[in-house]
Design a protein around this ligand. Structure first.
Ligand SMILES: C[S@@+](CC[C@H](N)C(=O)[O-])C[C@H]1O[C@@H](n2cnc3c(N)ncnc32)[C@H](O)[C@@H]1O
Length: 322
């Protein structure tokens, strides 16, 4: 049994943790992996040989930056480059540098739930590519799309790299794409990187490295609850588990309780009981193919107007329009 009376929440983080840990089966949202520690762990993940996504998208952007620049600049009018879930902007900087070298007129507006990621990104761009005008915005994808919609003046290009949309199940992704559609005009573009279906073992390995970096990243959500809500999770009592269904293309991360245990979360006034081998689902990383992406675009009334991929077709960047 768990405490039944819901307390008042001081943040959405608190509310969603309460909802997820009192549900059956239990879940927590991957958007809460990211604080100072989580941001650094994700950079370590991107540097792992198993995490092919970053290298493949990096090369696609590098190989095609000229053509991408032509698409984005259209008639040479200045545009605003929004980026949802920008992270450390490692791949975006390829485009930013190229645009500056080509004297293309644009401003860059990275958006992220992690204030720490935004601060580091802004500082690094000011140092490495000082010509770029940067305006950061902290918030979730859904919250900030409203602001993008309200921004007037310049043409908009929305970047959504790193297969970030893969964290959303298809119904949520359709909702999200519809919101994106509502926040752009006919001339605007959405440029989205989506990881493709491939050998299931390659996918599993990307989220299940032997060095334990992904495990630490997954467990950081428990550490954050301990730090920010007075929780007493013992992270060693949980196992990081990855599962991939090659039929649906859905990879799922779990934290599995190794024993029956009881966890107290002070600020939620919540006692969480876990049975031995009970799961907390923490992340989905959806893999796509063209048929699925076309279906998603159709559902949201968006058109695919271009795409860029690598030799093995492991990763693909799609360009959508209204
Ligand atoms: C997997 S990382 C990818 C970063 C970058 N796009 C890349 O390709 O390297 C996801 C980033 O999105 C941010 N993020 C995750 N969920 C979010 C959400 N719901 N709203 C806003 N940002 C989010 C995280 O803080 C993190 O910086």
């Amino acid at each position: 049994m768990q405490t039944t009376q819901a307390p008042t929440f001081v943040s959405t983080f608190e509310q969603e943790v309460y909802e997820g840990l009192t549900a059956f089966p239990k879940y927590l949202s991957s958007k809460y992996f990211y604080d100072e520690v989580g941001d650094k762990l994700f950079q370590d993940i991107m540097a792992m040989p198993e995490y092919y996504l970053t290298d493949y998208e990096y090369h696609i952007l590098d190989e095609n930056k000229g053509e991408i620049a032509q698409l984005f600049r259209k008639d040479g009018e200045p545009f605003s480059l929004f980026e949802l879930g920008a992270g450390d902007g490692k791949k975006t900087k390829i485009l930013l540098r190229h645009f500056v070298n080509q004297q293309i007129s644009f401003d860059y507006r990275p958006i992220d739930i992690s204030q720490n990621a935004l601060h580091q990104l802004e500082t690094s761009i000011k140092k490495e590519i000082p010509e770029v005008e940067v305006n950061t915005l902290q918030g979730t994808y859904f919250e900030t799309l409203r602001d993008i919609g309200k921004a007037n003046g310049r043409r908009k290009v929305i970047l959504f790299l790193g297969s970030n949309m893969g964290n959303l199940l298809h119904p949520q992704a359709i909702e999200f794409l519809k919101n994106m559609r509502d926040s752009i005009s006919d001339d605007d573009l959405i440029f989205m990187g989506l990881d493709q279906k491939k050998n299931p073992q390659t996918v599993l390995d990307a989220y299940n490295d032997k060095t334990g970096i992904t495990e630490a990243f997954n467990k950081n959500i428990l550490t954050r609850i301990n730090k920010e809500m007075g929780g007493n999770f013992d992270v060693d009592k949980f196992l990081h588990w990855e599962a991939y269904d090659p039929e649906t293309g859905t990879a799922k991360s779990y934290l599995v309780s190794k024993e029956a245990q009881s966890v107290q979360i002070e600020s939620l006034d919540l006692n969480v009981r876990l049975n031995a081998w009970e799961t907390i689902h923490t992340e989905i990383s959806q893999k796509y193919d063209d048929t699925t992406v076309e279906w998603l675009a159709n559902q949201a009334d968006l058109k695919i107007v271009n795409s860029f991929t690598d030799d093995k077709q492991w990763f693909k960047n799609y360009v959508f329009k209204k």
